[in-house]
Write a protein that binds this ligand. Structure first.
Ligand code: NAD
Length: 278
């Protein structure tokens, strides 16, 4: 088994990105909007800020009160959209229920969307046009490519169909000529399907859902899940059980997570460059 070491790969790629950013007179700027004090979000934002600063990207954190009004968040997004210095605007999800998440995500200028979640950027992805790719799927593709894992013609099973992971990674793998099957909460006989996968991508948020009887020998397993169990982080697959069957496997943590952050920074630099070449 070979570990798909997202931590190591992201550190190497972040260093490359730093070398590029070092050559810029004005540094790219990423503004992060964090609403409330969700502990997981606080920790993700901390990780993103730290990685950005290592790469030389300036971050501004707008930490807003849990009870902030929709109008106030809209005002902030509008002002960041207008601000020439801002290259990327990241709305840390989830946001409190009283806010209209879809509306706020649409409000962020799609030219300032380093997460690649904007409906315009996703629309472009689904029409196979040049776009800002969503951070987690892009991180997964970068990781698979780093280890030279063949994709074309492979049987790929994606478990999960979210807008931010399951759907876009399915499309990106399809665009690389994989044969992609998508499973979800209503899929029957899921085990029969996951067992056919040369590459299995799991993004559902259920600890250790994928067990060794659900995968075939030499599977490439990409575990996107991040679940907190007894103060520890575990993935959607049972790593210990599957590691001896898999040919490649991502650990949780230190697998897909750091690759997502790398993609976010990579996308921020792309947005900065495209602003400056307009
Ligand atoms: P989500 O929570 O929006 O949706 C879950 C998906 O799982 C749905 O599409 C649903 O159909 C599917 N699902 C639920 N129960 C299922 C079952 N029993 N069998 C098969 N499918 C089932 O998904 P998300 O936002 O993509 O998040 C999934 C996981 O990935 C979470 O643990 C999240 O924390 C993690 N995540 C990690 C990163 C990262 O950078 N590593 C990024 C995003 C999300």
């Amino acid at each position: 088994m070979i570990l798909l070491d997202g931590k190591m790969v992201s550190e190497e790629l972040n260093l490359k990105l730093k070398n590029k950013v070092d050559s810029f007179d004005v540094k790219p700027q990423l503004d992060i909007i964090l609403i409330g004090n969700n502990p997981a979000s606080l920790s993700y934002v901390k990780g993103k800020k730290k990685a950005a600063s290592l790469v030389g990207i300036t971050t501004n954190l707008h930490h807003l009160d849990e009870n902030i009004s929709q109008e106030e968040v809209e005002r902030l997004i509008n002002s960041l959209n207008q601000d020439e210095k801002v290259d990327g605007i990241l709305l840390q999800l989830p946001i409190p229920k009283h806010l209209d998440q879809e509306y706020l995500m649409d409000l962020i200028a799609y030219e300032k969307d380093p997460d690649g979640f904007h409906v315009v950027n996703q629309g472009k992805l689904f029409q196979k046009r040049k776009t800002i790719y969503p951070a987690t799927p892009k991180g997964i593709m970068t990781l698979l490519d780093y280890y030279n894992i063949p994709i074309e013609g492979k049987s790929v099973v994606v478990v999960g169909r979210s807008n931010i992971v399951g759907m876009p990674i399915s499309k990106m793998l399809l665009d690389r000529n994989a044969t992609v099957t998508i499973c979800h909460s209503k899929t029957k006989n899921i085990k029969e399907i996951t067992k056919t996968a040369d590459i299995l991508v799991v993004a559902i948020g259920i600890p250790k859902f994928i067990t060794k009887d659900m995968v075939k020998q030499d599977v490439v397993l990409v575990d996107v899940g991040i679940n907190r169990v007894d103060e520890k982080l575990v993935g959607d697959a049972d790593f210990d059980e599957i590691k001896d069957i898999a040919s490649y496997i991502t650990p949780v943590p230190k697998g897909v997570g750091p690759m997502t952050i790398h993609s976010l920074l990579f996308n921020t630099v792309l947005l900065y460059e495209s602003k400056n070449t307009k």
